[in-house]
Design a protein around this ligand. Structure first.
Ligand code: GAF
Length: 382
């Protein structure tokens, strides 16, 4: 966690609201494999990271609440009995949505002030949105003794995203951010909401993130479209979710769906299997197999699910050319953000240089490279 940022958030809060706040850290996440499987009740393999949102929060004794986005130097005040979504795409909906969803569960929050900032690169696909939602619900739960469990809190965060932000996301991001465990990735069954922690020690290999620094528009609507397509195919198959389907099941309805949607459903079934196989490979310490599954995931996301973009595809091609990257793929919802690379530690510095130069030559813009530590989930900063 970033101590300079914590101090900055605390100082900014005190300057604006003249009281001592409670401080919350809520992490972003990476995902090793299992992409777009969460809303199909499938498996995902995320981990919380040491980058995230820091929120400072405290009760106030007025008739309004105020949220302050420190980095943008923007604040909004709102009345708790008159909540409604703000304009599309604004940060405010993450805060307002969480408060509204808490109220929908008949829990009473009083007026409060919140200020927040973060160090998750924006648009990187590391889910600053879930981190922010979780920081708000976690902070309010502490302040007002709402008695919400962590599982209830992540569903509140998810509903805020559905109903106020307009993205019908799955539960992976909120889960990983809330339940992360230091040095572990979590194999999460998105149906039972039970996870198996895996200690991550790749020995001579490590995870490296490369940010395309692009976020193509339409990503939210494309996300929702894909979710609906998956749900429609599941109902055509007479099952609850695509997690319950096999490739053979899908073949039986091939003529009833468009070729595009057939490929999307096939991708989900195959990706779910890859996530399970990846956990087996990790148990066996078989990083070559894990790497191949990660490359396979990208292939499916790009060619079948069609959520990649030229920049992400290029970075994965560079990883393949390098020869020392066992696996690479786009991470998160897609259309920009980061690739995640499983790379030999010896090769990191050289790959950083070659990939940066190649990316700049191809797209005339810089990529950014991060290494992350796997961290604990949302918690109070003591
Ligand atoms: C986004 C969503 F928020 C997640 O729920 C998940 O579906 C992911 O895209 C794709 O795996 O991060």
């Amino acid at each position: 966690m970033n101590t300079a940022l914590t101090k900055h958030v605390k100082d900014s809060f005190i300057k604006k609201f003249s009281t001592e706040p409670l401080l919350i850290f809520s992490p972003g996440r990476i995902n090793i494999i299992g992409e777009h499987t969460d809303y199909n009740d499938g498996f995902v393999f995320p981990a919380a990271v040491d980058k995230g949102i820091i929120a400072a929060i405290q009760k106030n004794n007025t008739n309004t609440s105020t949220a302050y986005a420190i980095d943008m130097n923007e604040s909004i005040s709102f009345e708790l009995d008159k909540l409604k979504p703000s304009s599309e795409g604004s940060w405010e909906n993450y805060v307002l949505g969480v408060v509204a969803e808490i109220q929908n569960r008949n829990k009473v929050v009083g007026n409060f002030n919140i200020a927040f900032s973060g160090d998750i690169p924006s648009g990187s696909g590391m889910s600053s949105s879930a981190a922010l939602e979780n920081s708000v619900v976690f902070g309010l739960n502490e302040l007002f003794n709402l008695g919400l469990s962590k599982t209830e809190m992540i569903f509140i965060s998810q509903k805020a995203e559905h109903n106020y932000v307009g993205v019908n996301c799955g539960i992976m991001d909120q889960y990983a951010s809330m339940f992360g465990i230091e040095n572990h990735a979590l194999l999460l069954d998105c149906r039972s909401i039970e996870a198996k922690p895996f200690k991550i020690n790749f020995k001579e290999h490590e995870l490296m993130l490369i940010n395309t620094n692009v976020k193509h528009s339409l990503s939210d609507s494309a996300y929702n479209d894909r979710r609906s397509a998956c749900e429609n195919i599941a109902s055509l198959l007479g099952i609850e979710a695509l997690r319950d389907a096999t490739e053979e099941d899908l073949l039986e309805i091939k003529d009833e769906v468009t070729p595009e949607n057939y490929q999307k459903a096939l991708y989900v079934i195959q990706e779910n299997n890859r996530a399970i196989k990846a956990s087996q490979a990790m148990l066996e310490g078989d990083l070559n197999t894990l790497g191949k599954l990660i490359y396979g995931s990208h292939e499916g996301l790009s060619k079948q699910y069609k959520v990649s973009c030229d920049e992400l595809d290029f970075l994965v091609e560079q990883a393949k050319l390098n020869g020392q990257v066992l696996g690479a793929r786009m991470m998160g919802g897609g259309f920009g953000g980061c690739t995640i690379n499983l790379i030999s530690t010896n090769a990191v510095e050289a790959f950083k240089t070659t990939v940066s130069i190649a990316y700049k030559e191809k797209f005339n813009k810089e990529c950014s490279i991060y290494s992350v530590k796997l961290s604990n989930g949302t918690h109070v900063i003591k």
